[in-house]
Design a protein around this ligand. Structure first.
Ligand code: URA
Length: 208
């Protein structure tokens, strides 16, 4: 069964409120998405496996740790790009892949248009990132791409999720856990999250 982790630390919740505000301009919106992406990533890496490595302090030898597995960050184009740099600040050695999926505005069905992933993606823990987990259609399609390339360990990171989106991931990919900064109650008939924050891509890139 998938788990839903709502990262509701007060600092994150405060930043989410600023993000929701329609008067927040693109520059501040981008900075907030970057920061919240980093904080959600921090929470999502709690269970990352470590292996021991002997290190020398100025005083003596001691047991240190390094992460056991390599990581890849895979943003879903285009809004996922907004969260990527924040995550890379915490995991600078991660490789980055991209998956392009758009939602048909009439049917709300997801369609793939781009996929470029690191060659060794199947050996990596993959952080799939998209700010808005709305119907879950895009997320499930992106998870399918990754599983078709033999990825075994996937975490889905977002900023705002819905019961419908999480339910779809849980139904189709119950080995994937979801890490979000807020869990909203509703989707409207155009597939927008309510209260949400509007169109994350447009607000990030100033295209509306
Ligand atoms: N994508 C967005 O950018 N916003 C939503 O509310 C839903 C999907």
């Amino acid at each position: 069964m998938s788990k839903l982790f709502v990262c509701d630390h007060p600092l994150i919740t405060n930043k989410i409120s600023m993000l929701r505000n329609k008067n927040t301009g693109s520059k501040e919106f981008r900075e907030l998405v970057d920061e919240i992406g980093m904080l959600v990533c921090y929470e999502s890496t709690r269970d990352i496996e470590l292996i021991n490595k002997t290190i020398e302090t100025p005083l003596c030898e001691t047991e240190g740790n390094i992460t056991a597995k390599k990581i890849a960050v895979v943003p879903v184009l285009r809004a996922g790009i907004g969260m990527t740099n924040g995550i890379l600040k915490l995991i600078p050695n991660a490789k980055v892949g991209h998956i392009g999926v758009y939602r048909d505005p009439n049917t709300l069905e997801p369609h793939e248009y781009y996929c470029k992933l690191p060659k060794d993606i199947s050996d990596r823990i993959v952080f799939l990132v998209d700010p808005m987990l709305a119907t879950g259609g895009t997320a499930c399609m992106a998870i399918n791409f990754l599983k078709n390339r033999k990825v075994k360990n996937i975490k889905f990171l977002c900023l705002i999720s819905t019961p419908e989106g999480f339910g779809k991931i849980n139904k189709e990919h119950n080995d994937v856990n979801v890490f979000t900064a807020a869990h909203d109650s509703e989707l409207n008939d155009r597939g927008y999250i309510v209260p949400g924050l509007g169109d994350a891509g447009d607000r990030l890139f100033g295209t509306k």
